[in-house]
Design a protein around this ligand. Structure first.
Ligand code: IPE
Ligand code: IPE
Ligand code: MG
Length: 258
């Protein structure tokens, strides 16, 4: 039986929000680690270390709110542009975090999934991600999608390639290709579209995260650096989300009597 996460140290409890206004899928761009560290006179990698707690606390907060899917952007297909030193640190660090946190995630009933590209990614990281996936595959409380060597365009291009191969093999008719069919070739077609897209650190861009799945996501940009994020920040963002009017392109008159 899964256990409930310990409450936030402040004793705060999750806001009561009607279930139809609770996002099913929250995507999180965990940004601002380097600046957090440099502001303290520390090297960037210290910021990554400080961000581990934020991720675990946000997952705890998601469980407390009944959010079934959280995607965490840990390393993008563009992050290979960083120094060898930082890339190597992040590769080792992702493996260590997964090793350190697996028991906790398991006890909470979290299912871990990996989303991303294999080429270039360190074998040790792939091994640990696949191990966590296997170990947690029967958990049902919350799904944590770890996006490592992930890029939104890469995912769409990979889907297009797989679809083209099936078309060439005669499994798929080119004229029957549509949005629904392409979506079935994404890394995890069973994961619903993103409802709430969160980015910390004040940057106002998506940086290639979940482009397809976020087509109608509500965007919330936080002026907080990732190591300073915790479940209270998530809950505040969800309250903002719950007040948004999601129209999906539709429109109705708001004038009485019409
Ligand atoms: C996000 O923090 C973590 C990763 C991209 C791996 P950054 O490392 O981008 O921190 P800033 O944006 O430079 O402050
Ligand atoms: C996005 O942050 C990637 C992750 C958080 C893993 P970046 O810091 O890499 O994005 P840019 O460079 O500011 O767009
Ligand atoms: Mg950044």
């Amino acid at each position: 039986m899964p256990v409930f996460p310990d409450p936030h140290p402040s004793g705060a409890v999750a806001p009561k929000i009607p279930s139809q206004f609770v996002p099913r899928h929250v995507a999180v761009v965990m940004d601002g680690n380097g600046r957090w560290a440099n502001q303290r006179g520390l090297p960037r990698n210290e910021g990554h270390k400080a961000g581990e707690h934020s991720l675990v606390d946000v997952v705890a907060g998601a469980i407390e709110m009944g959010i079934p899917y959280v995607s965490a952007y840990a390393f993008s297909t563009e992050n290979w542009r960083r120094s060898i030193d930082e890339v190597s640190f992040i590769m080792r660090f992702v493996t260590e975090v997964l090793t350190r946190q697996l028991d906790t995630l398991q006890s909470w009933g979290v299912r871990v999934l990996w989303s991303g590209r294999k080429p270039k990614l360190w074998k040790s990281v792939i091994r640990q991600l696949e191990y966590c996936q296997e170990q947690t595959k029967n958990n049902t409380v919350c799904t944590l999608v770890m996006c490592v060597n992930y890029g939104g365009r890469a995912e769409i291009a990979d889907a297009a390639q797989a679809l083209a191969q099936d078309a060439a093999a005669g499994v798929v008719k080119p004229q029957s290709v549509n949005e629904k069919m392409l979506a079935r070739y994404l890394y995890h077609p069973e994961v619903p579209d993103v409802d709430l897209f969160l980015r910390s650190s004040g940057e106002l861009r998506t940086s290639n995260f979940l482009l397809w799945q976020s087509a109608y996501a509500e965007l919330v940009f936080l002026d907080v650096l990732w190591p300073d994020v915790d479940r209270l920040v998530l809950w505040d963002a969800v309250e903002q989300y719950a007040r948004r009017d999601r129209r999906y392109g539709g429109a109705v008159d708001q004038v009485a009597g019409r």
